[in-house]
Design a binder for this molecule. Sequence first.
Ligand code: PEP
Ligand code: MN
Length: 255
Amino acid sequence: KRILTGETISVNIGKIRVGGDHPPIYIAGPCSVESKEQIMEAAFALKEIGVDVLRGGAFKPRTSPYAFQGLGIQALEYLKEAGEAAGLPIVTELMDEGHMDVVMEYADIIQVGSRNMFNYSLLKTLGGLNKPILLKRGMCATIQEWIMAAEYLALHGNKRIILCERGIRSFDNYTRNTLDLAAVPIMQKETGLPVIVDPSHGTGIKELVAPMSRAALACGADGLMIEVHPDPPCALSDGHQSLTFEEYSRVRKNV
Ligand code: PEP
Ligand code: MN
């Protein structure tokens, strides 16, 4: 018998509430925290545009071990400082249990990345925390497997879960991933949890972020997570799918 039965569960992050009848939340920020200046600039610009939560990677799950791996604990400090200065809660990914305590201390929401959705040991540990968890869909996870990953958290005591559809692998590689928007109403109905959409990783193409954001909210998503960078061509990760502040501002106004 499942714990997440479909009965509506809304999640609070400080004063913000997500899920149920609450308006969509907007999470935005760079793929990676690259410097104090970069994340400060992003925090203030995004606050001005109307973002609710600031994102930024500290520990990056890069496909290539030669690619930028993130600034680690230093990034957590910069992200926290920027969030506090601009008045925004922060979300960042926890890659391994070794950094649990430090990420717990800094982050307002702990992100479980696509590659770790199947890390049951990590899910069990996060289930013991009183902290909202942003559970991204595994890139090869079925709906059922994603539901069960959420059940791991809930069974171990943590129902403060926000699900995030971020695209799945399919036969087609025109887009980076295939954004599965049908998963949004399905997961809401099956789990009762808030479901947000990440059109940045979901498509990997910046021009598709605006239309897929509109589509996500049209099908009932509880929020959007979008990559935004002060200077996308110079980003250390995912610049090709990141929006400028101006581009993001247009998305935010027109969804
Ligand atoms: C991210 O949000 O920075 C990220 C790495 O996403 P995903 O785990 O969905 O690939
Ligand atoms: Mn990214």
